[in-house]
Design a protein around this ligand. Structure first.
Ligand SMILES: Cc1cc2nc3c(=O)[nH]c(=O)nc-3n(C[C@H](O)[C@H](O)[C@H](O)COP(=O)(O)OP(=O)(O)OC[C@H]3O[C@@H](n4cnc5c(N)ncnc54)[C@H](O)[C@@H]3O)c2cc1C
Length: 596
């Protein structure tokens, strides 16, 4: 399936909504509009021209394991070489280790493109960036000097080794052990499962970040340490040295992302070094996990964009039946299916979810940049809180949305959607994993409500709601936007009430937390997107009033905002009703009585 990066929409979000140039000036990274747009155009050429053509075959060919070595699908090794040689790998890396220090606000567009072009290909590099962050923030100088530059360049790749057969969501159950050695290193023993990119032939070395227990560590999550365990131990001159005692025992046969190696990794007394403080591994890993969760959100967005592009092209070409109001294209044997209201419902649902999520991704990316790079500590702290609030929403909502949009894509294609050669069913299979890994979406929702809402008694969420309420206040007196702004303002009021009710209900009964979490996350996301669509509409209205030459583009933004508010936002009401249904009806049925 062809992939064409949505550059116009990306520029709209970057420059017209989020002032990317001013953002870069504040961060002092020297990027101006010309450079940002130039990089994204080049990124569009690379992802559309080099990566997307590999995606279909990677699904058919998959990966193979022979004598402990994983062979990736045809073309991946060469495409990864370009990824490294052309500096894509080092885009966000810290400059003192050879990175280019691009802010997330800009880089997330490139990453979205990569995910849309081929999720399998992206998986091999995605966790390296998180490993860089964790090592940069928590690693000793020796470890940083030995490993960071190579990881930043992409010549070495990184993994995240958490999961074990008995320890998935519940990392307190993990058993991998690390024994201290006289020279300050550790020997790591245990087996990890489901490790993305655990073994492959694309990079010169693979650096595993492994969660393990030291001897006499306290039980549970307070006794987990993070260790760096490389496939080849780095020589003093930075070349890959001695082969470490670890191996890939098997690769998984999966529903989707078949071009990505998902490995069982066996550590047989492998040499490793603690990153950060002993027993503080989970805190260190959270640095990596936050980035990884944002990236997985972008996976949902990238796949959804690709599914929308395919659906739109198909709906314009496929001729079936006449429009309900009579023939729209009488010169043809039948009308293209895009004339049918139900097909338009599907396309506009896809379009408004994708474009709305892209705005939210930019909002979140901006907070992540400010958290790390704002000159004022108080702003860094505020941005960190805002990003933390948003990460579970981005991860869970975008990936649920990706699955929905891909499924709608199959529907738009009709029976052809179910047939492999068209590529749409691959998107549906590939996107399914995004709802599961990096913490299932159920766990994201628990995080959102337990740590982010209840953690501060709703203070951060309330500040966020106030910000969106002000956006409505600014637009409500404009005749063209009055209805939209009133609708969003009413939802924000409802969102505030619901948040307060949930805080009260969870105080009375802790089961309420898990009972309402998914619905509350979904509710919040739909209202948030409504606020962002209002901002998009306001910008479009400004541009039209100023007589922009791109009338069709801005009219489409207004029409999309209108569709979203009328036809998608009402889903929030169903989630609200479900929340009000409470925990009792979930817990009333005894475990024994689920089936007779
Ligand atoms: C293709 C693929 C790639 C992966 N890549 C990696 C990787 O690179 N590194 C890595 O470490 N792991 C990786 N994973 C593992 C992945 O992160 C886990 O599968 C995921 O976190 C869920 O764990 P689990 O499968 O053990 O499910 P479980 O934890 O057994 O969960 C099963 C169900 O129970 C629910 N559940 C569990 N606990 C609770 C709770 N407290 N409250 C409410 N619901 C709960 C879950 O939401 C889920 O629906 C990968 C997995 C796959 C399939």
């Amino acid at each position: 399936m062809e992939y064409k990066a949505p550059l116009r929409d990306m520029r709209f979000v970057l420059h017209e909504l989020f002032d990317a140039t001013g953002h870069c000036e504040l961060l002092g990274n020297g990027l101006d509009r010309e450079l940002i747009d130039g990089v994204l155009e080049e990124a569009a050429r690379y992802t559309g021209g080099e990566i997307a053509p590999l995606n279909r075959n990677s699904d058919e060919e998959g990966v193979t394991l022979e004598n402990g070595e994983v062979r990736t699908p045809q073309g991946f090794v060469e495409a990864y070489k370009q990824y490294v040689d052309n500096g894509w790998a080092s885009m966000t890396g810290p400059t003192e280790y050879g990175g280019q220090g691009f802010p997330q606000l800009v880089a997330s567009n490139f990453h979205e493109m990569l995910m849309g072009a081929s999720l399998s290909f992206r998986i091999y590099s995605g966790l390296t960036e998180g490993a860089v962050l964790a090592l940069y923030k928590h690693g000793s100088e020796e470890l940083k000097n030995a490993y960071l530059e190579k990881l930043v360049s992409g010549r070495w790749s990184g993994t995240m080794c958490l999961t074990e057969p008995q320890a998935g969501t519940d990392l307190a159950l993990l058993r991998t052990r690390a024994e201290p050695q006289a020279d300050g290193s550790y020997t790591v023993s245990g087996s990890k499962i489901f490790i993305s990119g655990g073994e492959h032939d694309m990079s010169e070395n693979i650096v595993h970040l492994v969660l393990a227990r030291l001897p006499d560590a306290p039980a549970g999550v307070k006794g987990i340490s993070l260790l760096l365990v490389p496939k080849f131990i780095a020589n003093a001159d930075g070349t890959p040295g001695e082969r470490n005692a670890l191996s890939c025992g098997a690769i998984e046969h999966k529903m989707g992302i078949k071009g990505a190696a998902t490995c069982v990794m066996n550590f047989d007394g492998a040499t490793g070094w603690v990153v950060g403080e002993p027993n503080q591994g989970l805190a260190c890993m959270f640095t990596m996990m936050n980035d990884a969760r944002f990236q997985v959100g972008l996976q949902g967005l990238g796949i959804a964009e690709q599914a929308y592009q395919g659906s739109l092209a198909y709906a314009r070409e496929r001729l079936q039946s006449r429009g309900l109001a009579g023939a729209q294209h009488p010169d043809k044997v039948a009308d293209p299916i895009i004339v049918h209201p139900d097909v338009r419902r599907m396309l506009l649902t896809q379009k408004t979810l994708v474009e709305g999520s892209r705005m939210l991704a930019a909002y979140c990316a901006r907070q992540l940049d400010l958290e790390h790079g704002h000159p004022e500590p108080s702003y860094r702290k505020a941005a960190s809180k805002r990003a933390a609030l948003l990460i579970p929403i981005v991860k869970a909502f975008f990936t649920d949305m990706g699955q929905e949009v891909a499924s709608l894509g199959v529907q738009v294609y009709g029976g052809h959607g179910y047939i492999r050669e068209w590529g749409m069913e691959q998107l549906m299979r590939d996107s399914r994993i995004t709802q599961l890994y990096e913490g299932t979406n159920g766990i994201q929702a628990l995080d959102y409500i337990r740590r982010k809402l209840l953690g501060d008694g709703g203070a951060e969420l309330s500040a966020f709601q106030a910000e969106f309420s002000e956006v409505c206040d600014r637009q409500i007196d404009r005749p063209a936007l009055h209805d939209m702004a009133s609708k969003v303002q009413a939802r924000i009021g409802e969102w505030r009430e619901l948040s307060a009710e949930i805080i009260a209900a969870t105080g009375r009964d802790p089961q309420e937390i898990g009972a309402v979490s998914v619905d509350f996350l979904q509710y919040s996301a739909y209202v948030l997107l409504a606020g962002l669509w209002l901002q998009a509409a306001a910008r479009a209205q400004d541009a039209l009033e100023q007589g922009s030459g791109e009338e069709a583009f801005y009219q489409a933004k207004l029409a999309s905002a209108d569709f979203y508010l009328r036809r998608v936002l009402p889903r929030a009401s169903a989630h609200r009703e479900a929340i009000k249904g409470g925990a009792e009806c979930l817990m009333a049925l005894p475990e024994t009585d689920f089936a007779f």
